[in-house]
Ligand binder design. Structure first.
Ligand code: NI
Length: 185
């Protein structure tokens, strides 16, 4: 089932999301719905707060990039209770966008390597260092679990220039090819 994506301005995007346990109701169905919602919106990642749930669940699918980055062939994973433990010192700048902020793209500087802890969909524990494009997407998505969106990480000047676009998202006056839920309207 395709779910509406919560737009910038929705309070749930500013909450610190909570860990869940195995008893979380219909988790597999929720994850399937998140993948379906992300695919329908042509995204590579989606965090549960973006569908209105303040829980630490993320889906990432990088297969679409596999022509250029063959290591991501068939890459499609869910991350449960996802946390960033530490980051490397080296930084890189890359353009980012977000399904909750349609039509906005900005360069964001982030560490190139990240140490993450999470459970997979079978609740197996993982503790690993990640780099490359996946590290970038993980940081963007895991940020959502701590109440951050990518425009929090751009310069105040750039954010000022995006002010009107951000305000129109709060008002729900955006054009995009998928269902959204704005604060107003
Ligand atoms: Ni996002």
């Amino acid at each position: 089932m395709i779910l509406p994506i919560y737009l910038y301005g929705q309070p749930v995007l500013r909450e610190t999301a909570k860990d869940i346990d195995r008893n979380y109701p219909e988790l597999n169905e929720l994850i399937a719905n998140m993948f379906e919602t992300m695919d329908a919106a042509d995204g590579v990642g989606l965090a549960a707060p973006q569908i209105g749930l303040p829980i630490r669940v993320v889906v990432i699918s990088l297969d679409v990039l596999s022509d250029e980055m063959p290591e991501y062939k068939g890459f499609r994973r869910a991350y449960i209770n996802a946390h960033i433990v530490e980051t490397g010192d080296e930084m890189a700048t890359m353009e980012e966008g977000c399904l909750s902020l349609p039509g906005l793209h900005e360069n964001v500087k982030r560490p190139t390597k990240v140490h993450v802890r999470y459970l997979d969909q079978d609740f197996n524990e993982h503790d690993e260092w990640v780099e490359g494009y996946l590290a970038r997407v993980m940081q963007h998505e895991f940020d959502h679990l701590d109440g951050h969106v990518f425009v929090d990480r751009i310069s105040p000047l750039r954010r000022q220039m995006d002010k009107h676009k951000l305000a129109s998202m709060v008002d729900g006056k955006v054009r995009c090819g998928y269902k959204v839920k704005a604060v107003k309207r």
